[in-house]
Design a binder for this molecule. Structure first.
Ligand code: OOB
Length: 543
């Protein structure tokens, strides 16, 4: 079996075990333990399904045999691109049971992204839903096979068309399931927000990831009577593990999957299932705050609303309790590891004005100035971190590893933060050039590359602009070549290249030239900063 590398030095690993963070648990054992303790407790609700822990385990086991009987082999990587449907959980637990390695993609990803994940992970399998929000993933699968022939198996949840359906996998009755994974093995590959260039793959082990959601479930005080609503796309790290669906299942709670995070979809589920906790990105939280006062649905079961993924401004944060009647919890996390939470019993001022403090006493946090020196408490600096669930390296990416990690293993988050008394962090912004569009991270560089592929684009620079609803929106400054293209045509061009919709620039501004300094060329970073500054000054002057 091809094992993927994980990268904590032996000394750190031994310390994390000795301190009880890494307890030798695996995903398969966690599910088995819950299924034994409370076989009939409803674990997953979604679509028409209501599966108990016992049923979830039995389904996962059956599917695990099916995947292996189909020809996948332990160690193979399998891209999982599923919306919030209960099969997400059976598929993922089945892959763990069969020692296959899920690679998590979001439903919004398209050919460019999926092909990149498939190549980087050397994936052999791809699991999709037939369709979601009007998009047919079987067509995407077909295109993927044309680009990445190593994908030998496509499995479709729903009507499979020419592919194999989940229900149509061989029964595999005669297949022996492999021994359980070693807890220090890489369990899956998560994708990075992609701050520079293309998304990177993040190897997470059973030990480190299970620690992060077990501790998160404790911080969120989950019990078997809690009900967690997955409103955001469940393959994202926040609804997956902070405490997310895995933390909820760990605590023996119930997971409810909402097909969409909109109030129209989520509010009826909150009422029907008596949901106690859910997580949103700031723009959705604003939408909920707007919809709640006039809804006919009873939201009184909601005890905690988590908000994270992008900065939630104090003015909005202050409204959560009076409008929704529940406790706000701010969550500042990253797929690479470190997650910060405000605690449920923190004073209101901490809850509304900070992004929380780390999960673990062994999360090491450095806040450094440009010269790499620590800044005093209360002053802004670059956040670097190292700890029991923060990776030390990306999968197979020496270039990114050299940039993103210090020689002694700290991850450079790219975020600029202040540390307040008690270790609470306040996010100020970020040093890098990505756009945080409603929690979706977009790399300026990646989008510029796509724009440059258009024959009428001479040069392009993509920046973030403040946006009342999205937090940030993307704006592409373009120097045309020859006849000026239409903005709509450029957007269509990006979509046709197979780029996820959220990456298509929200705004396109044509300009004649980029400024250069007397020395000549400026860095892309300065160029983007200058364009953003001048654009904002100009719009302010016009207002
Ligand atoms: C979460 O994970 P990613 O990997 O999509 O994005 C991480 C980045 C952070 O480095 C930071 O720039 C930004 O997203 N971010 C926030 C934030 N939470 C994340 N910026 C300001 N305020 C916040 N509360 O987004 C993620 C992963 C796990 C839990 C929660 C969010």
């Amino acid at each position: 079996m091809r094992k993927l590398e994980q990268s904590w030095p032996a000394e750190a690993a031994a310390r994390y075990r000795a301190r009880g963070y890494w307890r030798g648990e695996t995903f398969t054992r966690v599910l088995r333990d819950r299924a034994r303790e409370r076989p009939d407790h409803v674990a997953v609700v979604g679509g028409g399904a209501r599966w108990s822990f016992g049923e979830l385990e039995a389904r996962a086991e059956r599917l695990a045999r099916g995947f292996l009987a189909r020809g996948l082999e332990p160690g193979d990587r399998v891209i999982v691109q599923l919306p919030n449907i209960p099969e997400f959980l059976t598929v993922v637990f089945a892959l763990f049971r069969a020692r296959l390695i899920p690679v998590f993609a979001l439903p919004a990803h398209r050919l460019v992204e999926i092909a990149h994940f498939a190549r980087t992970a050397q994936a052999r399998g791809y699991v999709v839903a037939e369709r979601h929000e009007g998009f047919d993933y079987r067509t995407l699968a077909q295109e993927l096979l044309g680009e990445v022939p190593d994908i030998a198996h496509v499995v479709v949840v729903g009507d499979a068309g020419d592919f194999t359906g989940l229900e149509g996998l061989p029964q595999g009755g005669d297949i022996d399931l492999p021994e359980d994974a070693d807890p220090s093995d890489v369990a899956f590959l998560q994708i990075s927000g992609g701050s520079t260039g293309l998304s990177k793959l993040i190897p997470r082990t059973h030990d480190d990831y299970i620690y992060s959601f077990r501790a998160s479930a404790e911080i969120c005080k989950l019990t078997p009577s809690s009900v967690y609503l997955a409103a955001l796309p469940v393959a994202h790290n926040f609804p997956m593990s902070s405490p997310g669906v895995f933390g909820a299942l760990y605590a023996g709670s119930r997971v409810v999957l909402s097909p969409s995070p909109s109030p129209e979809a989520a509010f009826p589920l909150i009422e029907r299932e008596r949901v106690t906790i859910t997580g949103l990105v700031p723009p959705l939280a604003l939408l909920w705050l707007q919809a709640a006062p006039t809804t006919r649905h009873d939201l009184s079961s909601l005890e905690v609303l988590q908000v994270g993924g992008a900065k939630f401004l104090p003015e909005s944060a202050r409204r959560v309790k009076p409008v929704l009647g529940c406790t706000l919890q701010q969550v500042f996390g990253m797929a690479e590891g470190l997650v910060n939470y405000t605690r449920l019993d923190d004073p209101e001022e901490i809850i509304v004005s900070t992004q929380g403090r780390p999960i673990s006493g062994d999360d090491e946090v450095l806040i450094l100035d440009d010269a790499g020196q620590p800044v005093p408490e209360g002053e802004a600096g670059h956040l670097l971190t190292r700890g029991p669930y923060t990776i030390r390296a990306y999968h197979n990416n020496d270039g990114a590893n050299a940039r993103a990690f210090t020689p002694d293993g700290f991850y450079r988050t790219g975020d600029v933060v202040k540390r307040m008394p008690g270790g609470y962090l306040v996010v100020q912004g970020r040093a890098g050039d990505h756009i945080n569009r409603a929690g979706e991270k977009i790399s300026a560089e990646e989008i510029e590359d796509h724009l440059l592929a258009h024959p009428a684009v001479f040069d392009a620079a993509v920046v973030s602009l403040p946006d009342d609803y999205l937090g940030e929106r993307s704006c592409a400054f373009i120097i045309p070549q020859g006849e000026k293209p239409k903005a709509a045509a450029l957007k269509l061009f990006m979509r046709k290249r197979g780029l996820a919709d959220f990456k298509v620039p929200d705004q396109i501004v044509f300009i004649e030239a980029f400024e250069t300094t007397a020395v000549g060329k400026v860095s892309r970073k300065e160029l983007r900063a200058g364009l953003r500054r001048r654009f904002l000054e100009k719009t302010e002057a016009e207002a």
